[in-house]
Design a protein around this ligand. Structure first.
Ligand SMILES: [Zn+2]
Length: 133
């Protein structure tokens, strides 16, 4: 057991938002854990562990919430795509995954990597639009 350091609220909030979108998009659940990174107090290692036991980790730095939310969403998205092999969260009408970006005046958003522009706020993705009716 390592000594417990409180997980920053903004880090767990950013993770909840991104995880909701990725779970909706792929029907895969991951358990996410946090460890302080050796670089110092503002760096954290985020690890997504999937039901088969695979763990995929990345590091983020605590900064303004918008950029932190994008860094967490981007890292978790990479982990989900690596694990599932599917484009999550999928861009409506396209076969590619959306890209997380911090948009001035809008906040953390999923955008289309080719057309640009925000499609969903991070945490508000709905896979319904992609379902054939
Ligand atoms: Zn697109």
């Amino acid at each position: 057991m390592s000594e417990s350091i409180a997980i920053p609220t903004e880090l767990s909030d950013a993770t909840s938002l991104a995880l909701a979108d990725l779970s909706r998009g792929s029907a895969v659940k991951a358990r996410v854990t946090f460890d302080p990174a050796p670089e110092g107090p503002i760096a954290w290692r985020v690890t997504a562990t999937f039901p088969d036991g695979t763990g995929i980790g990345f590091e983020v730095k605590l900064e303004d919430f918008c950029h932190l939310a994008v860094a967490v969403a981007d890292g978790l998205q990479t982990a989900f795509i690596e694990q599932t092999g599917i484009a999550v969260p999928a861009c409506p009408g396209h076969n590619h995954p959306m890209r997380a970006r911090c948009l001035p005046g809008e906040g953390p958003a999923w955008t289309c990597p080719t057309a640009g522009g925000s499609l969903y706020a991070i945490g508000a993705y709905s896979a319904d639009r992609n379902q054939p009716s």
